[in-house]
Design a protein around this ligand. Structure first.
Ligand code: NAP
Length: 465
């Protein structure tokens, strides 16, 4: 029997586990999926916006995989902590596949970035997603008293946070957004949300479906400045636009529609809030006012003819009492694993972890920690498949390694208290009960104590210990 640990239960981890059990080259594979949280599903639970119910429903597919009898879930186990480092895991399992994602945000590296009122978008996402590492009070005590918010970056995370800021709380009530966040959003005074890209609309990273959604919100008008659209070389030139990737071409078409037809959703229609898409503005400084952020200074940029931009020496200040920096995620080193700090990834060859340039027997990576934080959820499938192919090629040698017969028992004997599947089901049941008590559907529990207490309430004790 080949015992494999998959570290991380987000899409890349679950797709890796699935590929391992669906193959028929190596018989008798058993997979344990470890996660540092007591809850599975990674960014599908803690990153996908609550109003994206269809993407959220992917949890049902991931659940079906994790409920396979050849797979077990061990939550509340953090790989890389003392007693659970890569060396130890290799004593317990024939192979370990790290699918730990990109846990932190990229920095802007400009003055004023850490002023009160300036936050990473990933922190805001974690807050409204009830991530237990983000205190429920974080954005509840004052951040949403801002009238003007600036979101820096024009990727899908920027679009997500702008949309949540622009929605009326009633629109979010049917979702699983935690109660504290819902209350804070209900009292939000945010009226203007400026979403700002340093390059042009034809280089924006958001996808067209997400952009269209911004133009169709019930309580916010989405606008774009025609003069800034016109700065884009592809905007007025069908020939240049035709050479763009389809998603960028379609984005331009949607934005053109916003400027051309004032009767269409997306034009200024007197709704309560406004989302203003801005382009060719590079952030240079966050300006303080009364000890907090009061505005963001941008330098006007111009296309350099090569897909990039150059500065023009002209500046514009956009008022902002709340700034969300949505400039991408970044992978973090896992103690004991090699790390390429420049790319924020683990060096690898077709998923095999490289130590000093040489494949390390039994160690693999998949997902964002392998290829960097890009692509949609489905991108993780082929990525996981490639890694599993490598692992299966190596299987005869891996099987020769002597490992523990029952890794879970060894971990428990060492004092770990994993949350196993019934514990997770108990958390789900507690979240349904919480929602029912509030007259809502399922509502997420936002804190560690609450999650672990709910897991403990399961029939077999939840932590099984
Ligand atoms: P992203 O797609 O990489 O976008 C990052 C944005 O930040 C880009 O506009 C980038 O501009 C800008 N940026 C980077 N450094 C900057 C700087 N120093 N100053 C100003 N702007 C800067 O990252 P993301 O939005 O975090 O998304 C990560 C991944 O998750 C993406 O693959 C995304 O599609 C996915 N995701 C998908 C969904 C969905 O499907 N609904 C939702 C959320 C996230 P440049 O292009 O000029 O570098």
């Amino acid at each position: 029997m080949l015992r494999i640990a998959v570290v991380g239960s987000g899409p890349s981890g679950v797709y890796t586990a699935q590929a391992l059990i669906q193959q028929n080259r190596v018989p008798g594979v058993r997979v344990q999926v470890l996660d540092r949280l007591p809850c599975p599903y990674g960014l599908v639970r803690y990153g996908v916006a609550p109003d994206h119910e269809k993407i959220k429903s992917l949890q049902n597919n991931l659940r079906a995989v994790l409920e396979d009898e050849r797979i077990s879930f061990l939550g509340h186990l953090e790989a890389g902590t003392p007693g659970l480092g890569p060396e130890r895991l290799l004593e317990l399992y024939h192979a370990v596949v790290y699918c730990v994602g990109a846990a932190t945000d990229r920095r802007l590296g400009i003055p004023g970035e850490d002023l009160p009122g300036s936050h990473s978008a990933t922190d805001f996402v974690s807050w409204y997603s009830a991530h237990p590492d983000t205190p429920a009070g974080d954005f509840a005590d004052g951040a949403l008293t801002a009238r003007d918010a600036v979101v820096i970056g024009v990727g899908n995370v920027a679009v997500d946070v702008a949309r949540i800021l622009a929605r009326a709380a009633d629109e979010l009530r049917p979702t699983d957004v935690p109660e504290t966040a819902l209350g804070a959003l209900a009292h939000s005074r945010v009226r203007e949300v400026h979403v700002v890209g340093r390059r042009g609309p034809s280089q924006a990273r958001f996808t067209t479906k997400e952009l269209r959604e911004l133009g169709a919100l019930p309580s916010a008008d989405a606008t774009v400045d025609p003069a800034e659209l016109a700065l884009d070389p592809a905007y007025g030139s069908p020939g240049t636009a035709a050479a763009l990737p389809a998603v960028h071409r379609r984005n331009l078409e949607v934005l053109r529609g916003w400027t051309e037809n004032t009767a269409r959703p997306g034009a200024e229609g007197g709704r309560e809030r406004r989302i203003r898409l801005r382009f060719f503005l590079r952030p240079v400084e966050l300006l303080a006012r009364d000890g907090r952020v009061g505005a963001v200074r941008f330098e006007r940029t111009a296309p350099d003819g090569d897909g990039g931009v150059r500065g023009t020496g002209r500046y514009e200040d956009i008022p902002a009492q709340l700034v969300l920096r949505a400039v991408g995620y970044r992978g973090e080193p896992l103690p004991g694993l090699p790390f390429d700090a420049r790319g924020g990834t683990v060096p690898h060859a077709a998923g095999r972890v490289l130590r000093d340039g040489i494949p390390s027997p039994g160690e693999y990576v998949a997902g964002w920690i392998k290829r960097g934080p890009s692509g949609v959820i489905g991108t993780n499938r082929p990525c996981a498949k490639e890694t599993v192919e490598s692992l299966l090629e190596d299987a005869p040698r891996l099987a020769e390694r002597r490992v523990a017969d029952d890794p879970e028992a060894v971990l428990r004997a060492a004092g770990h208290r994993p949350v196993v599947w019934p514990g997770w089901l108990a958390i789900e049941a507690a979240e349904s009960a919480l929602g029912a008590s509030l007259g809502r559907g399922s509502v997420k529990i936002p804190d560690w104590d609450g999650l672990l207490a709910a897991a403990d309430g399961s029939a077999d004790g939840g932590t099984g210990g």
